[in-house]
Design a protein around this ligand. Structure first.
Ligand code: CMC
Length: 431
């Protein structure tokens, strides 16, 4: 953080507080309010953290107005086009693109950790078959701290590294097993001769009774979905991981907390909610009715897969994924799928509607990822688990950065209290 001795002066109630101004490498300046309570006796109020930088980070940068997303400085469209998921993982984790044999070494470390402790299979069997795969993932990832004791000491950099590799390697296995469990099929073990995405597709779609060959176009589309969701700076689930780990909790517990947060429909659950909405709309002729509902102030309905807290002109991830969606739909020859037809018509109708233009609402990454995953044959309940697989590296990168930061403190927000003031307890017969 560059400190050029500039300050902003806050004056109120005959008090004057000088607030240091920090300059980021790119993006808006940041007022440092850490001494505000000590010197001015006031808190700041910012529900939803719309104007608050909760940490210093050098991993990901977003300019929501310009539709820019950079990982370690590299734009997401270039990474999606020229790189692949495990290389992006390396970049996010270690700060630079791998050189020489660094990528091969990283890939082989990840590959050698893809299997789960065999005892964990029994753990899956304790769940109901009709459980949501996200419920299984939250439980199973949290349970990793009960299986991998030798990588839970966050003060030991070696254990942090082992936990990192284990999580990236095992998340696809856990997500695929959660899926297989809920559809009553046998688990398919990982195959280490396949790349990350092909292995995941095989673990989800292969059955012991038949050969399964991974289509390279689908594997590439899967890899793109993983790459595009790898990190997104201080979003709700990442902030959850940071907050959970600020207490010193072990990495598996913290990632489980991130998965729980991601599940919500305003965050990672939006891709499932979006496909469910498309199915509810059902036919193209019903689109005007749903657009009208989305615009009605008295109706809580929102067009899922539209809008974003940070991107206010376009979502650069959606631009890349729209192209992938076209490729996958053509390859699979599913252009006549009614849900996908509704999706295309809804996209066109919303983009042409002044309400959505004025409020800067456009299809986000979840709109297109849902379409691709549906076409690939994933049920909607697997959409968010796939997001969780992708985002694991982002959560861990941010977690590692936080643990290594000497300025790290336990997260402890303040509040604007509006409840009752002091009052004495009243015995029940006098209430
Ligand atoms: N459909 C209809 N109206 C909307 C929508 C929508 N999807 N999103 C926002 N609005 C309206 C909202 O009613 C409000 O109108 P007004 O100013 O008249 O009150 C205005 O736009 C601003 O909405 P907001 O809730 O203040 O905006 P936000 O930045 O807090 O919300 C959001 C961002 C993503 C939660 C929201 O756009 C939304 O609920 N979208 C649908 C869910 C979704 O697709 N989420 C995935 C986000 S991308 C994945 C990720 O990165 O996690």
């Amino acid at each position: 953080m560059a400190d050029d001795n500039r300050t902003a002066t806050l004056t109120f109630d005959n008090k004057k507080v000088d607030l240091p101004i920090h300059s980021p490498s790119v993006g808006p300046d940041v007022l440092d309010i850490r001494k505000l309570y000590g010197q001015g006796g006031v808190f700041t109020f910012d529900p939803g953290y719309t104007s608050t930088a909760s940490c210093e980070s050098s991993i990901t940068f977003i300019d929501g107005d310009e539709g820019v997303l950079l990982h370690r400085g590299y734009p997401i469209d270039q990474l999606a086009e020229k790189s692949h998921y495990l290389e992006v993982c390396y970049l996010l984790l270690y700060g630079e693109l791998p050189e020489g044999d660094q990528l091969e070494d990283f890939e082989s470390r990840v590959t050698s950790h893809t299997m789960l402790h065999e005892q964990m299979m029994f753990f899956f069997r304790g769940f109901r078959r009709d459980a949501h795969p996200m419920a299984l993932m939250t439980g199973v990832v949290g349970a990793m701290s009960a299986f991998y004791h030798d990588s839970t000491d966050i003060a030991d950099p070696w254990q942090r590294e082992v936990a990192t590799i284990r999580l990236i390697a095992k998340m696809p296995t856990i997500a695929a097993m959660a899926y297989k469990f809920t559809i009553g099929q046998p688990f398919v073990y990982p195959r280490n001769d396949l790349d990350y995405s092909s292995n995941f597709l095989r673990m989800c779609f292969a059955v012991p009774s038949e050969d399964y060959e991974v289509n390279p176009i689908l594997s590439r589309a899967m890899d793109r979905i993983f790459t595009l969701h790898a990190d997104h700076e201080q979003n709700a689930s990442t902030s959850t991981v940071r907050l959970a780990s600020s207490s010193g909790a072990n990495p598996f517990a913290c990632i489980a907390a991130g998965i729980a947060c991601l599940w919500g429909p305003a965050h990672g659950g939006a891709n499932q909610a979006c496909l469910e909405m498309l199915k509810e709309i059902g036919t193209v002729d019903r689109i005007p009715e749903f657009i009208a509902r989305a615009k009605d102030k008295n109706d809580p309905f929102r067009l899922m897969g539209f809008g974003h807290r940070v991107y206010k002109n376009f979502d650069p991830r959606a631009t890349v994924l729209k192209q992938s969606a076209d490729e996958v739909l053509e390859l699979l020859g599913v252009e006549n799928n009614p849900t996908l037809q509704v999706a295309k018509a809804l996209e066109a109708a919303a983009l042409a509607d002044p309400y959505f233009a004025e409020k800067k609402l456009f299809p986000n990454v979840d709109f297109y990822s849902g379409i691709i995953l549906e076409a690939m044959g994933f049920p909607t309940s697997m959409f968010t688990p796939i997001f969780a697989v992708s985002r694991t590296v982002g959560w861990i990168s941010q977690w590692k950065e936080m643990i290594a930061d000497p300025a790290m403190k336990i997260g402890r927000p303040r509040q604007l209290y509006t409840g009752a003031t002091y009052r004495d307890y009243v015995d029940v017969e006098n209430r």
